[in-house]
Design a protein around this ligand. Structure first.
Ligand SMILES: *[C@@H]1O[C@H](CO)[C@@H](O)[C@H](O)[C@H]1NC(C)=O
Ligand SMILES: *[C@@H]1O[C@H](CO)[C@@H](O)[C@H](O)[C@H]1NC(C)=O
Ligand SMILES: *[C@@H]1O[C@H](CO)[C@@H](O)[C@H](O)[C@H]1NC(C)=O
Length: 417
């Protein structure tokens, strides 16, 4: 009995080793032909094991993705952007009778930019169709340079009415852009009464000058404290010596969403989403300029987060109505014009209105020297009886350069074809 058992065990062992031999032979033949699983890295045995590993891991990875879709798509989105996105992302909020003014702003963005643009247009529902129709009528060569998306005005449900009442209709929408456009990394927000006199990519490039604590960039509200508003009248904290103006606001929204903001309401810092409503509740009786005041309060408590760019990036009537006080504009010309207080539509500051009219009337595709610059210079000549008209050469200094570099680009396109 014992002998049989021994013989049997011997047989089993022998069979095992012969099978092993056959397999190893088979393996080495396949290896020579390089056909093991079609994997070409490392030894066949290892790659077979790795394949098994990956197969086992895949379902759990997919499960993780399902549970955290936001995280997943955010990451792939930002990877895609790093590699392919050379666009400047421009946002505007348009309500009431601002359709034409907004279109003129977008036109100025398009005329002088060499790089592609994406427009995020937040507007009241009744304006959506007019925006779409107008933009789709722009000539094809210009259409190729931009894409756009139109959004309704939205507020956090809980306090929608309160937010809508604050300031002019819809103006506080800009505070919510980092929360609404969750997939967007960075954004240039501008008011509807902005005109670009140089390529949008120039201001976009300031994002790369942000240090690790900067998350937004704006210009001071005033250069001259003697006529400053905040330093004379504000009943709330404000940034710096004269406050900041939010008509041109460059944001790294990824950083805004990540930041915890110091404040004077809680002992611990709050996220952007958490800070807005308590801030409004605390200061609503003391603020005059709505959401711009809230931004001033936030950056008063977090000054290291703000990158301040000089006044020629947000040039307003205040910079010239009592005499010229924006020194950087004196040196380099106006980069971005901001016709606040309705000056594009009344007769108070004819120099500002002249720029608006010239850009609005310029027919797409015509020569910009003769159909934009020359008529503008002629009409600015008639405004020299005003303080702003007297420095109107600052309005065209940068514009001239922008126009001639667009022309050069065009010539190079033509000669290279
Ligand atoms: C609002 O203004 C009043 C009057 O200047 C001041 O006494 C009060 O402290 C201010 N409120 C806040 C929250 O700063
Ligand atoms: C914005 O900040 C994030 C996080 O620091 C960074 O990854 C991203 O590159 C920044 N975007 C730009 C346009 O600089
Ligand atoms: C970034 O620059 C601001 C000034 O604009 C400064 O207050 C802040 O300390 C700087 N942050 C870092 C991390 O260097």
């Amino acid at each position: 009995m014992r002998c049989y058992l021994h013989a049997f065990l011997l047989c089993v062992v022998f069979t095992f080793f012969s099978l092993l031999y056959v397999f190893s032979q088979l393996a080495s033949t396949l290896e020579d032909r390089g056909e093991w699983g079609g994997v070409d890295d490392g030894t066949p045995g290892r790659s077979a094991q790795d394949t098994g590993h990956v197969l086992r891991k895949t379902p759990s990875l997919a499960g993780l993705g399902d549970r955290e879709p936001g995280l997943d798509s955010d990451r792939s989105g930002s990877v895609a952007k790093e590699h392919h996105d050379e666009r400047s992302h421009l946002a505007v909020v348009a309500c009431g009778p601002r359709l034409e003014e907004t279109l003129t702003m977008l036109k100025s963005a398009l005329l002088f930019s060499q790089k592609p643009l994406h427009f995020y247009i937040f507007a009241e529902d009744e304006l959506h169709e007019s925006f779409r129709d107008a933009l789709e009528l722009w000539p094809r060569t210009f259409q190729a340079k931009f894409t756009f998306t139109i959004y309704p005005i939205t507020f956090p449900k809980k306090n929608a009415e309160e937010w809508k009442k604050l300031f002019k209709p819809c103006a506080s929408q800009r505070l919510f852009l980092p929360l609404i456009l969750k997939e967007v990394d960075s954004l240039l927000y501008v008011d509807t009464d902005i005109l670009f006199l140089q390529p949008v990519e120039n201001i976009w490039a300031l994002l790369s000058r942000f240090n690790t604590s900067h998350l937004a960039a704006m210009a001071p509200e005033h250069e001259e404290p003697r006529i400053g508003w905040y330093n004379r009248f504000a009943r709330h904290p404000y940034y710096g010596k004269t406050g900041i103006n939010s008509g041109v606001m460059l944001m790294n929204m990824t950083k805004i969403r990540q930041k915890f903001f110091k404040n004077d309401m809680t002992a611990f810092p709050l996220t952007w989403e958490e800070i807005l409503m308590p801030l409004l509740q605390k200061y609503k009786l003391n603020i005059t300029w709505g959401d711009q005041d809230l931004l001033n309060i936030i950056f008063y408590h977090n000054p290291e987060s703000l990158f301040v760019f000089p006044c020629q990036w947000n040039y307003r009537p205040d910079h010239c109505i009592y005499g010229s006080n924006c020194q950087q504009a004196e040196e380099e010309g106006v980069f971005i014009l901001h016709g606040n207080r309705g000056v594009y539509h009344n007769d108070k500051q004819p120099a500002f209105r002249a720029v608006y009219e010239a850009i609005k009337k310029y027919p797409f595709g015509e020569n910009m020297e003769t159909s934009l610059l020359q008529p503008l210079e002629a009409s600015l000549q008639t405004t020299t009886n005003t303080y702003c008209g007297r420095v109107s050469h600052l309005f065209t200094k940068k514009l001239k350069q922008s126009i001639s570099s667009v022309h050069q680009e065009k010539m190079m396109d033509i000669t290279s074809k």
